[in-house]
Design a protein around this ligand. Sequence first.
Ligand code: 99T
Length: 205
Amino acid sequence: MSMRLFHAPASPYVRKVMVLLHETGQTDAVEILPTVVSPMDAGPTLPALNPLGKLPTLERADGPALYDSRVICRYLDDLAGGRLSPSGPRLWDMLTLEATADGIMDAAILMVYENRLRPAEKAMDSIVEAQWAKIVRALDVLDGRWLGHLAGPLDLGQIAVGCALGYLDFRHPGRDWRRGRPGLTEWMARFSERPSMQATPPPEA
Ligand code: 99T
């Protein structure tokens, strides 16, 4: 096996890569390396491969390590024939959709880190709520403008949205992202049934 994936089961970015591996039949091509990181401690081996010390990182035998999740997903999809990266105008839609989903993950993780890393007496609710406001706007846009694209052929954008919504269920279940968004709720219910999603759930919270 020539590729090794620095992996954590709670990471929605890692999940994007795992879902893609399942969807493209490449799970056997990558060795999974369980890795623990936080913004305060990237561990002993990761920074030499990825100076940002983040997961996922993909180590390859025939070139420098790849990061971040968008790069790794494009690379692994390319190895499998590029079926999940459309060409033409749909590519720009897909990349924007993927950026929207990744932005939801970024904000949701900042909320987690704000509570986990900052001492309680220095915690600022306004920072957490400002991040949640970004997520609310992004969810409304997904439910309003993107349902047509989401209903189309599978691509990396849909995978990212599925992993972002799964992460909200995992880390922020009390926020109830489904309320008032029936279209997105229905899409996620169907998307969650894919074997690739069933095979990659986050750990018990
Ligand atoms: O921020 C850090 O230094 C450590 N955090 C990470 O490595 C997280 C793990 S998800 N990954 C990223 O932030 C990657 C973001 C990048 N743009 C990408 O790959 O797309 C941890 C989730 C959790 O524990 O809830």
